[in-house]
Design a binder for this molecule. Structure first.
Ligand SMILES: NC(=O)c1ccc[n+]([C@@H]2O[C@H](COP(=O)([O-])OP(=O)(O)OC[C@H]3O[C@@H](n4cnc5c(N)ncnc54)[C@H](O)[C@@H]3O)[C@@H](O)[C@H]2O)c1
Ligand SMILES: [Zn+2]
Length: 402
């Protein structure tokens, strides 16, 4: 270990500098499957063997209210699965229902209710929390699990397209506060992720297709071939082809995971946020809509806006812009919202404040990722207000064109 080194501080005082280094590495599996709760499927119980100690372990289930409505027998199926595999799990309480959608993140109440349930179940750091739901419910239950005893073992079972390819596979949790998305949150990798495509079959249209925007996002800035695949299959995706969606989800999830694992900055200490292409305006549009515009649809509009901006800057060609807008349209994703034209009291477009929010959330220098051709990206540290105005006007025309 490095020894403290005496240094001479200003004013002649002696001071000691003690170099401190803590390395922590995380490994977690992300599974893609169908019917994880079928009686002979041992995936969930087998995951507990990764704990490296004998079970059974206490388990507490949290389920999104929307998922519960779509699968009325889910509570019993989860408890039955746990009881069937009693070598692995001991249920520590009844299944907890969490309000689905952004409502889960809008106040601290769902977070406190989840903490209460974990306390009443007397979970310890070796216990498991299994969270089944969309990105919002996973964010709030994940935050609660990261706080109790400074971190419980969390198995995420994402149930929306967006959560299976993005929100549910990463390392972040959080809730909204003080008018800002994800103002309260924590970096806390899960113990494991199980993407069961069967859950996707009951999604309302908006949430079936909304998540595809995150696949477009990562394809446009990282993978030209995947963008071509998405463009060719946009119609199948819009028509609820489950096999096509499974492919899109898996490919997008792997691109997200590869980035998190290999970028060298999984906890976002720096200012680069390459995976947040289209997000500075998307988060702002969500707030401006009073969260009636879902994250996925907002991201689609954010991608379209930044693609037009990139074309105006000469970063992508007109034909590349057309390819992006046509593919979004073919998938049934929106490119424009009248909220883009809303004005703040200073006369500026209200969406522009999204840049300030984005920089504050990240800290340091503003960093926005834009496409530089399809499949490549560039980071810029300023966005021009006049060019944003022009992009909004141009996008409105392009989106209205047949
Ligand atoms: N933590 C992260 O890294 C990260 C990344 C991206 C997005 N997010 C967050 O994720 C949230 C959006 O998540 P989302 O798009 O998954 O939507 P969501 O969680 O808001 O859920 C949308 C709706 O779908 C319902 N639902 C969920 N699964 C269902 C199913 N299988 N069948 C029927 N209904 C179902 C929910 O009850 C809800 O009403 C946002 O708050 C966003 O900020 C987090
Ligand atoms: Zn997103």
């Amino acid at each position: 270990m490095d020894m403290p080194r005496p240094t001479r501080a200003k004013g002649g005082f002696r001071a000691f500098q003690h170099p401190m280094r803590v390395d922590v590495s995380y490994t977690y599996p992300v599974h893609f499957c169908r019917d994880v709760l079928s009686p002979r499927n041992r995936l969930l119980p087998n995951l507990t063997s990764l704990a490296g100690e004998p079970g059974p372990f206490k388990v507490l289930f949290f389920v999104d209210s929307g998922v519960m409505e779509a699968f009325p027998d889910l509570s019993e199926a989860l408890l039955c699965h746990a009881r069937r595999h009693k070598d692995a799990f001991t249920p520590a309480g009844t299944v907890q229902v969490v309000p689905g959608g952004e409502a889960a993140k809008m106040t601290t109440e769902p977070l406190m209710t989840a903490l209460d349930a974990m306390a009443r179940a007397r979970l310890c750091r070796h216990s498991f929390v299994v969270a089944v739901g969309g990105g919002s419910v996973l964010d709030v239950v994940g935050l609660a699990a990261s706080l109790v005893h400074r971190g419980l073992r969390l198995i995420r079972m994402p149930t929306t397209v967006l959560a299976q390819c993005d929100a549910g596979v990463g390392v972040k949790n959080g809730i909204n506060a003080y008018g800002t998305k994800n103002f309260i949150g924590a970096f806390a990798p899960p113990f494991a992720v199980v993407n069961d495509s069967r859950f996707l079959t009951t999604l309302p249209r908006e949430h079936w297709i909304g998540g595809v925007a995150e696949a477009f996002k990562v394809a446009i800035i990282k993978d030209r071939r995947f963008f071509s695949w998405l463009s060719k299959n946009a119609g199948n995706l819009a028509a609820r082809d489950l096999a096509a969606m499974e492919h899109a989800v898996k490919k997008a999830a792997l691109l997200h995971l590869t980035h998190i694992a290999s970028s060298g900055d999984p906890f976002e200490f720096g200012t680069a946020r390459p995976l947040d292409f289209g997000h500075w305006s998307a988060h702002r549009l969500e707030v401006l809509s009073g969260y009636t515009l879902g994250h996925g649809l907002a991201v689609s509009i954010g991608i379209a806006l930044d693609s037009v901006y990139a074309e105006l800057c000469g970063l992508i060609s007109h034909s590349e812009l057309t390819a992006i807008l046509s593919a979004l349209a073919a998938a049934g994703l929106p490119a424009f919202s009248p909220l883009l034209e809303a004005r703040a009291s200073d006369g500026k477009l209200a969406v522009i404040k999204g840049l300030t929010d984005f920089r504050e959330h990240l800290g340091g220098e503003l960093t926005v990722t834009l496409p530089a051709g399809i499949g490549k990206k560039i980071e810029v540290h300023a966005m021009d207000d006049t060019l944003i105005e022009q992009s909004v006007a141009r996008l409105k025309d392009l989106a209205a064109a047949p």
